[in-house]
Design a protein around this ligand. Sequence first.
Ligand SMILES: Nc1nc2c(ncn2[C@@H]2O[C@H](COP(=O)(O)OP(=O)(O)OP(=O)(O)O)[C@@H](O)[C@H]2O)c(=O)[nH]1
Ligand SMILES: [Mg+2]
Length: 451
Amino acid sequence: MIENTIVAPSTPLGKGAISMVRLSGRDSLKIALKFFKPKGKFIPRKAAYGKLYDFEDNKFFDDGIMIYYKAPSSYSGEDMVEITCHGNPIIVWRIIELALKSGARQAKPGEFSYRAFLNGKMDLPGAEAIEDLVEAQSYDGVKLSFSQLEGGLSKRIWKLRKELLELIIVLETEIEFPDDGIGIERKDVLISLRKVKEEIKELISFFGSGKQILEGIKLVLVGKPNVGKSSLFNALLEEERAIVTEFPGTTRDFLRERIIYRGVPFIIIDTAGMNPNPTDMIEREGMKRAEILINEADGILFLLDLSCQIDEGDQKLAKLTVNKKTLFVLNKSDLPEVLRESEIKKLGEGKRVKISAKKKENLESLRKEMWKTFSKEIPQEMVYINSRQKANLEKSLVSIERAISLAESETPEEIISEELRTAISALEEIIGKVKTDEVLKGIFSKFCIGK
Ligand SMILES: Nc1nc2c(ncn2[C@@H]2O[C@H](COP(=O)(O)OP(=O)(O)OP(=O)(O)O)[C@@H](O)[C@H]2O)c(=O)[nH]1
Ligand SMILES: [Mg+2]
């Protein structure tokens, strides 16, 4: 049990109707009662009205509500107090000060959740999901993180772990009593192992889509100079965010903004136009960055100018985007049309939408097509996998695959079983059954474990 009682504001420091301060630790109640004077008797888990009292000048400075949670029935698993006051940062600051003067210590970021984890109130994926829940950029993202908080991933990991442990028992029984007639069928072991392998592969496959649901679908505006990328960027944002001029090479860096369409967040990135013969260092650097962005993107909005022929610039870009899901945006539809369909075909696969970014024509069709092309249905069984979890799943997959080929080649049981143990420990790292400081430090960021 951790001895210190910690205190921190739980709501953002700003003006609002109310703010909340939280205490966690053995002395939470004792400390809170130094400056919160409840009216009448109060009961754990019931809201108690009272006044906030400054014991340094013997004056009341606000009123509010206090709730006391007795251990272990609290968020952190320790005694906890939550005080709700009026939403002025000065009030919050004074409450914290009075708590510090009464023996509490300022909580470090993530420390409430860290204590909850140590007290078995949540596992690692649950702790990670809290941050995702707060940061999610869409309603789907919120729902996905909440199901994670409720153990979506953990349940599946525990199940895999159980299946592997059962296989180890079967294999090791065979080692210890090879002649008592139990006799394992390699075929059955292989069937189970292949099933586990598919499960793990499915979990890994959720990595990309989960990220898109939580953070947004990253779309890069790509096109040669002057094709109208920044004009489209502004039109989609419905504000004059990027500079637009009639001179090629206007955009030198890249701009990134978020739009939401039908509940799906899209991150739109405006880039420097691709000039096949860059004239200066800035242009070269801008294009280098555009290339990196293309590689990292979930999809490409490839702009073409309907009023002129395809040229070297378009062709060069098409080479860069060849492996990416692409939507062709045929801009400047208000001008006489020169570009032919047969020319566009040469640039690659992808739907086409004709628009005029300048006149803001047909933008709704473009948004709809973006949504259709790039957003994904969320499968029922979807769970969110972050990069830490993915790395561990991959580690366990390697061992499972090794175990499969060993089992296929009549290798002795103990060697197969050893591989399965390695696979299990990688899975255990995901749920935090193995608590390595490295991992915990990464998750409960900035929080110095062991100090
Ligand atoms: N007629 C017409 N002109 C357009 C349209 N879209 C953009 N333009 C014009 O094309 C020129 C270039 O537009 P930008 O949006 O700056 O083009 P860009 O692709 O961002 O250019 P760089 O940043 O230089 O790569 C400007 O003069 C725009 O007004 C359109 O739909 N129709
Ligand atoms: Mg531009």
